[in-house]
Ligand binder design. Structure first.
Ligand SMILES: CC(C)(COP(=O)(O)OP(=O)(O)OC[C@H]1O[C@@H](n2cnc3c(N)ncnc32)[C@H](O)[C@@H]1OP(=O)(O)O)[C@@H](O)C(=O)NCCC(=O)NCCS
Length: 149
């Protein structure tokens, strides 16, 4: 883990920072109500990377039996390509493993080259395609990785 950016579990008090980063990185993927649910549910672990009080990166997932369904990965546009995406996602996988998950899965848009490269670098492999899944007609690639403890 990066010493400058210790990974910490996201908490309900951090709602404003999560909303701000969601807006900056993903144009507001989740509403405030969705974020409140996310941060309050112990089966939905989220990890944040902070630097001087600023939330720079976050990753969230949903524990389903022995699977971790990754629901969001976001890095502040000002801090990309510095390894934060990899650090925050690896920390979420470790947290999932700690809570009993042995496999992780996610969906990524076929056109999202940055995210696909990031997931590939962590060992995610493609297991299927949902054609035309996204509103813009893009395909969703379904990926899985075995989480090693
Ligand atoms: C995808 C995202 C999380 C990557 O975060 P990041 O901190 O820039 O990624 P990292 O610096 O950890 O990069 C890890 C690896 O991913 C790949 N990668 C990351 N960004 C890339 C880019 N723009 N182009 C090509 N490869 C890229 C590289 O293989 C990189 O390793 P390298 O730097 O050693 O070559 C970030 O671009 C982001 O927040 N995008 C918007 C939100 C999003 O699309 N989320 C995923 C879908 S929910």
């Amino acid at each position: 883990m990066n010493v400058r950016n210790p990974a910490r579990l996201l908490t309900p008090e951090q709602l404003p920072a999560c909303l701000a980063l969601d807006q900056a990185a993903l144009d507001g993927l989740w509403t405030e109500a969705q974020w409140r649910t996310e941060l309050a549910d112990p089966r939905r672990p989220g990890i944040g990377l902070w630097n001087q009080g600023q939330l720079q990166a976050m990753a969230c997932g949903w524990l389903v039996v022995d699977e971790l369904h990754i629901t969001l990965v976001a890095v502040d546009p000002r801090w990309r390509r510095q390894g934060l995406g990899r650090v925050v996602l690896a920390a979420l996988l470790q947290q999932g493993h700690h809570e009993g998950a042995r496999w992780a899965t996610l969906e990524v848009a076929a056109s999202n080259a940055a995210a696909r490269a990031l997931y590939g670098s962590l060992g995610f492999a493609e297991a299927g395609v949902r054609c035309g899944y996204y509103r813009n007609g893009d395909d969703a690639l379904i990926q899985w990785v075995k989480i090693e403890g």
